[in-house]
Each structure stands twice: as C-alpha cells, then as structure tokens.
Design a protein around this ligand. Structure first.
Ligand code: HEM
Ligand code: 2DC
Length: 469
C-alpha cells in the first residue's frame, strides 16, 4: 500500500532548528557529506527542511527515472535566490539559467540550436583544438624554465584560464590570449569574481538574500561585487563583437562564434542574448576546470590507467590521421574517465525538480509541486548503485552493465546543462593533448576530498607534477 507524504522519514518539522544544527556541523561546506549521512540514517528517501527550503531527497537511479518523467514541459530547478536577487537589484534580465516557464522554453529552444545541437560541434572543435595546443606549449615552456625537466604546481589557476579561453573562443569566435605570459588583468579579475560569486552563494541558499541585503551583510555585498565584475567583463566582450558585426559589410567566411550567430539569427532580443551569453561565459570556467583537475589527479594516482588512456589516444590519432572530429569518436576510455570523474567528484551535489504531477517513490505518495532532489554525489558513491564505488574505473562505463539513469553529471532532459557539448569537447580535447605530451604524477600521501562552495571543489590544493614524455 502507498504511504502518505507526511510519513516520509526525516527532519522536516522545524526548519529553523535544523538550520542551526546544520550551521553547527559546518553544513555550508559539508552539504554533500550530510546528504550521504541522511541517506544512511533514513534510507533511500527522506524529507528535509533547512531554513526556507523544504524537499524530498532520493538516491536510486530507478527513482530518478520516475522524477524526470514527472518534470513536465517546463522543468524547474531549485531557484538560487542569490542569483535572481542580484538581477532584480541591478535590473538585469534573467538568462536561460534563471528563467522559467514559457519564457525559458522559447529562449532555450533557440539557444539549443547554436550551443548544444550536434551540428555546431564541428564549428567548436577547431577553436578548442587551438586552445589545447596553446596550453601544451605553455606547459612545455614552464617545464623548460624550471630547469628540472618537470613542473610541479597547483594547476587550478592555469585551468581556469584554459577554460575561460576555451569558452570565450567558442562564444566570441576570438581569442582572449590567456595562454600567454602577460594576461589582461580584467580577465584575471573576471576569473576571481566567478570564484567569489560561487563562494558567496552557498550561505544564501539558506538565509534569504533579501534579508541579508536589508541588514547590509558582507556576504551580500561581496556577492554583488562579484556579479558586477562578471557582468562588466561579459558586457565588454559582447559590445566588442556587436560593434564588429555592425561594421562588417559582407557575411563572414569562417564560423563567427555563438554570440554573432545568435545576433545574426535575430530570433532573441539583444537583452535576452546578453543575459544568456553572460551566463554561458560565467558557467564555463570553474565547472570544466575543476573536473579536469580532478581527472588529472585521478590519472596521477593510477599510472597504469594513464598509460592505457595514452595508448587509446595514440591509436585514435593514427587511425584518424589527426582529424580531431574523427579522433573524438575513437576515445571511449577517455570519455569513460570523464564520466568516472563526475561520478566521484560531481560539480553539482544534487539535481532538483519541482514535479509537475503526483508521483509514487519508494511507496510514498509525493504531490505535484514538491521539490524533489536527486543526491548526485551520494548516488555516485553508493555501493548499491555502483560496484566498488570507491574505485576510479573508467572501464565500468564501457561494459554492458546497466547505465540507466547513472550518468547524470550534466543533469537530464530538456533542462540539462546547456554547456554540455562545449564542456565535453573542451575536456576531451584537453585530455588528448595532455596525454600526448606529458606524464602526470602526484606527491604521495595527499588525499583530497570535496568541499561545497555551491559547486563541489577539492578541499585542498591538488599539487601535480608534469613531465615531458
Ligand atoms: C546547467 C553541470 C559546464 C552552462 C547545469 C546543470 C548541471 C550542470 C548539473 C543543471 C542541469 C539540470 O538541472 O538538469 C555541468 C558540469 C559541467 C558544466 C558537470 C562541466 C564539467 C558548463 C559549461 C557551461 C554551462 C561549460 C557554459 C558554457 C550551464 C547553463 C545551465 C547549466 C547555462 C542552465 C541550463 C538551463 O537552465 O536551461 N550544468 N555544467 N555548464 N549549465 Fe552546466
Ligand atoms: C547547488 O542545494 C546546491 O552548472 C543547491 O554552470 C541546489 C543547486 C541548484 C542549482 C545548481 C547548484 C546546486 C550547483 C551549480 C549549478 C546549479 C545550476 C547550474 C549551476 C549546477 C546543485 C552550474 C555550475 C552553472 C552555473 C552558471 C552560472 C555561474 C551563470
């Protein structure tokens, strides 16, 4: 028999008391581990209320399938109020990330064609390949300068630059020049603002930004400063392309980038285009760079696996005579490695939807309108879902065992990550180039874990050593 909603186990009766306990557990940084703990205590479904947000949490792939079947035609995630509050405060339009309903759908359909449809991939790949080559050249230079035939460093800043250079070249069809020794301080400021923006968002998931703004809290002021920096830099990039496009008389011969394509298509208002392009630029930095950093870290910990991947890349290179589009079709293990990284170190701790219809999960009735969260981090480490989950094993994604609703790092369905194709191509091309040029090693005895700063990040610097092959 089906049990009523009110019977779902969990601590949901007193949001304020829960918020206090959450605070004591340093919950802002430990959200992912607290979710694992809750699944251990309550089982595969629990209800929770922390501060102002009330949700049902699930962990099983089969339950995820039920959730996504009930997401409706206008799937809606948990609203990150800090982000909408900033736009309301500064009178800026929401982009596709923050829009909902029909406004979201109509924008998303047009953006899909220019950003995530398979036909645009071939436009992106040559641009991304060039950035990958420049990154390799930069590392070779660093190795030479070290005088030790190796380079030991925390690569995160370099990867932020690689990611920003990559996403910018796709969005604007132009290079920013971040792989050079002297970089535009504005670009560095943009990178710092994104980090600050994520960091200041997490406390505001639980304490209403309206309240924090009212009392002039530092976290709100820093958040505004961060978004101001992000929007100023994106505005400069967008203005630059807009101006060039108006001066140009004949149509361009080469691919002009996502922004110019959207402007020429003339189906979205300039304000809508600006809003979404800014989100794409901001969303394209920390996400891919951290995933690449975790991947290099895992490859450093698994030298044999690293050699296997190198062999796959070498074979793919030979078979495709260097045609990158062809190469990308011949690297299943590299793709498996990226899936494996996102399983153990997902960017998003959870996926969420307000369900559009009533559903039954684990025999509990859940009414339409409820916020249901899939614990992505917890699922990736659950031994009931993944055999020996603690092991980094890219080959598990090649085997015939079921992958049903198990590879969800980019979300699911029409509301999934809009930057997915860019992210995947960018990360695959990066790994191809790195594997062809360097061996990655790591210092012994450094075990890193995730820390929650809206996205999940390594809790300590991951120091790696790159040696030329
Ligand atoms: C949304 C993950 C890279 C832009 C999302 C979502 C996830 C995600 C989980 C929510 C999906 C859902 O609710 O079903 C990732 C991961 C990345 C990555 C793991 C890299 C490893 C990027 C990049 C960009 C980007 C490179 C921009 C170029 C966006 C945007 C949305 C989104 C705009 C909102 C889409 C919408 O609401 O319609 N991403 N992302 N992401 N991501 Fe990404
Ligand atoms: C954070 O409880 C934890 O891709 C919350 O590129 C629920 C939640 C809601 C939305 C998620 C967010 C979490 C993590 C970061 C995500 C975001 C949706 C998009 C965003 C997953 C899980 C991200 C990183 C985008 C960010 C683009 C932005 C900077 C313009």
């Amino acid at each position: 028999v089906t049990m009523p909603f009110s019977e779902i186990p969990g601590l949901w009766k007193n949001g304020v008391a829960n918020l206090y306990n959450f605070w004591k557990l340093d919950g802002f940084k430990n959200l992912h581990r607290i979710m694992v703990q809750n699944f251990n205590t309550f089982g595969p479904i629990y209800r929770e209320k922390i501060g102002y947000y009330d949700s049902v949490n699930i962990i099983n792939p089969e339950d995820a399938a039920i959730l996504f079947k009930a997401e409706g035609h206008h799937p809606k995630r948990l609203t990150v109020e800090a982000w909408t509050s900033y736009r309301d405060y500064r009178n800026r339009k929401y982009g596709v990330l923050l829009k909902n309903g029909e406004d979201w759908r109509s924008n998303r359909v047009i953006l899909n064609k220019e950003v995530i449809s398979p036909k645009v991939l071939e436009n992106f790949v040559p641009l991304l390949e060039e950035v990958g080559e420049d990154f390799v050249a930069r590392v070779h230079k660093k190795i030479q300068r070290s005088g030790q035939n190796k380079w030991t460093t925390d690569l995160s800043q370099e990867l932020f630059k690689y990611a920003l250079e990559s996403v910018s070249s796709v969005l604007y069809g132009e290079r920013l020049g971040l792989m050079l020794d002297y970089i535009d301080p504005e670009a560095q400021h943009f990178i710092d603002c994104i980090t600050l923006m994520f960091k200041t968002t997490s406390p505001m998931l639980y304490i209403p930004p309206r309240l924090l703004r009212h009392i002039g809290a530092k976290v709100w002021r820093n958040h505004v400063e961060a978004w101001d920096g992000i929007f100023n830099q994106a505005d400069r990039c967008i203005q630059n392309i807009y101006r060039k496009l108006r001066q140009e008389t004949d149509s361009p011969k080469k691919y002009p980038g996502v922004l110019a394509s959207l402007l020429m298509l003339d189906k979205l208002s300039i304000e809508d285009i600006k809003a979404s392009v800014t989100e794409l630029m901001a969303g394209g930095v920390d996400t891919t760079s951290i995933t690449l950093l975790w991947t290099l870290y895992e490859l450093a910990r698994h030298p044999n696996l690293q050699e296997e991947l190198r062999a796959e890349v070498a074979a793919a290179r030979a078979e495709s005579q260097g045609d990158m589009m062809e190469m990308l079709k011949r690297i299943p293990l590299v793709k498996g490695a990226l899936k494996e990284t996102l399983r153990l170190h997902p960017v998003a701790v959870s996926l969420q939807r307000y369900i559009a219809e009533d559903i039954i999960i684990q025999n509990y009735h859940i009414p339409a309108g409820t916020l249901v969260q899939l614990g992505l981090y917890a699922m990736g480490r659950d031994p009931k879902v993944f055999f020996r989950p603690e092991q980094y094993q890219p080959s598990r994604w090649l085997r015939t065992e079921t992958h049903y609703f198990r590879s969800l790092g980019f979300g699911f369905g029409p509301r999934q990550c809009l930057g997915r194709r860019i992210a995947e191509a960018e990360m695959q091309i990066f790994l191809i180039h790195m594997l062809e040029n360097f061996r990655v090693e790591k210092q012994r005895h450094v075990e890193a874990q995730s820390t929650f700063e809206l996205i999940l990040l390594p809790d300590k610097p991951l120091i790696l050593t790159l040696k030329p092959l």
